[in-house]
Structure formats: C-alpha cells, structure tokens
Design a protein around this ligand. Structure first.
Ligand SMILES: NC(=O)c1ccc[n+]([C@@H]2O[C@H](COP(=O)([O-])OP(=O)(O)OC[C@H]3O[C@@H](n4cnc5c(N)ncnc54)[C@H](OP(=O)(O)O)[C@@H]3O)[C@@H](O)[C@H]2O)c1
Length: 221
C-alpha cells in the first residue's frame, strides 16, 4: 500500500500524544514519535498500539536537543508538537523546569521543522495561554485576541500558564518571520481514558476531585 504520509509527534509517550499517535497509526500514517528515553517502561504502551510494529518509529530527543529533533522530523509532512512540561504541583526552578523546555523547546521544534521542510506544524498550546487575564471584560467570549497576562502569571506564580503563553506567542512570532505554517490549539482540561501506564497531571486533577482533595493550585489545563 502506498505511504499515506509521514507525521511526527513530539513527547509521543504523553497522555494526549499517545492518543494522537494511535489515531495517526489507525489512519495509515507512518509515525515518528520523539521520547526522552525509548527504553523507559513508561513508553512501552506505544509499541503495543495497532500497526506500531510496522509504522511507528521512536526517536530519542529532548526538546533542548536541536539535532535530535532534526533527525526525528526528517521526511515528515507534518508535526504535532505536544511535548511540554505539565507538572502536577509547583516546581522548584520554573525557569529551568518549565520555561526553557516550553519556550526554547518550541522554538527548537519550529526551527527543526523549517529545516526539514515540514508542511504544517500543530502546536498544542492550552487554555492556560488564554484564560489568566483579569482585565478581560466579564462575559465577553475569549477568542484569539485574548491572551493570558504574562505579568499577572508572574505575580501569581502561575509558571505553567506563563510557560504556555510565552511558548504560543513565540511560536506565532516565529511563524510570521519564517513563513512556516503553524497552527495552535488551546484545549482546556483534557480528561478520559489513558493509554500510558503513568498518571499525567490532568488525570490527577480528576482523581483529586473524586477523592475530595482540595485543589490548591490553579487547575492545570
Ligand atoms: N492534559 C490537559 O488537560 C492539557 C490541556 C491543555 C493543554 N495541554 C497540553 O498538551 C500537551 C500534552 O499534555 P499532556 O496532558 O499529554 O501531558 P503529559 O502526559 O505530561 O505529556 C507531556 C509530554 O511532554 C514531554 N516533555 C516534557 N518536557 C520535555 C522535554 N524537555 N523534552 C522532551 N519532552 C518533554 C514528556 O516527556 P517525559 O515522559 O519524558 O517526561 C511527556 O511526554 C502539553 O503541551 C500540555 O501543555 C494539556
């Protein structure tokens, strides 16, 4: 059968990415997936997906490793950039643990995509890049014009929201100057069946609610 197309998913072993990989495989795409450690048990579920043995190839790549990303994107028509840190609690060093992989990581992905002549990149941003805006008029629909207020995120120590806001705005800036076709999507809280063996932050929110735990942090989305 002729190849339908070749698509890469970054952070392939993550909660959302695993579903994207599964869907792409089921539609007949050849899928490249980047993971930080292909031999880690937490990525084992990927190899068990239908058609994975023939059509899924995993690449070892951290978001801060430009060359590794370039190898993963070679020959791909499209890239879904889903990898980004989503910590379940506060982090000790937001600059290193969140900002750098989210922002520099996204720019690395986009530059590597441009180099590999990828036709379209879907960047998974978040409602977190939209919603933290106390000056947005009450009741007005939050659309493409509404962005989280970076200073407000800093002041309230909402580092995850800041990381997603900075990453999405950097992605649009890069798209404008480079001409790369970049689309962003901003999901809110994503819940549902998990394919991976570990619990991700948004599923943990549901578990906490079911257990009656008080949510002290701004909800992850
Ligand atoms: N779940 C939600 O409710 C929700 C809502 C809106 C937006 N989003 C966005 O959707 C995307 C996926 O989220 P998720 O819920 O699926 O979270 P997840 O399961 O924690 O997946 C995050 C992925 O990012 C990877 N990653 C983190 N830092 C990395 C780095 N420095 N280099 C390479 N990979 C790195 C992780 O790899 P490791 O396994 O190696 O750590 C993991 O595969 C994120 O961009 C998130 O902001 C999620």
């Amino acid at each position: 059968m002729a190849e339908k197309g070749r698509v890469c998913v970054t952070g392939a072993g993550g909660y959302i990415a695993s579903w994207v990989v599964k869907l792409l495989l089921s539609k007949g795409y050849i899928v490249h997936g980047t993971v930080r450690d292909p031999s880690d048990e937490k990525n084992a579920h990927l190899k068990k997906l239908e058609k994975a043995s023939e059509n899924l190839k995993l690449f070892k790549a951290d978001l801060l490793e430009y060359e590794a990303l370039c190898s993963a994107f070679e020959g791909c028509d499209g890239v879904f950039h889903t990898a980004s840190p989503v910590p379940p609690t506060t982090v000790a060093n937001p600059e290193v643990e969140l900002m750098e992989p989210a922002v520099k990581g996204t720019l690395n992905v986009l530059k590597a995509c441009a180099e590999a002549k990828v036709k379209r990149v879907v960047v998974v941003s978040s409602g977190a890049a939209v919603d933290m805006n106390p000056r947005w008029p009450k009741g007005k629909v939050k659309d493409e014009a509404c962005w989280s207020d970076k200073e407000y995120c800093r002041a309230t120590k909402n580092w995850y929201c800041l990381s997603k806001t900075e990453a999405e705005s950097a992605a649009f800036e890069y798209a404008q100057t480079s001409g790369l076709d970049v689309v962003t999507v901003c999901p809110t809280l994503v819940l549902g069946p998990i394919l991976q063996s570990t619990i991700n932050a948004s599923s943990l929110v549901l578990i906490k609610i079911l257990k009656g735990t008080v949510l002290t942090l701004y909800p992850i989305y």
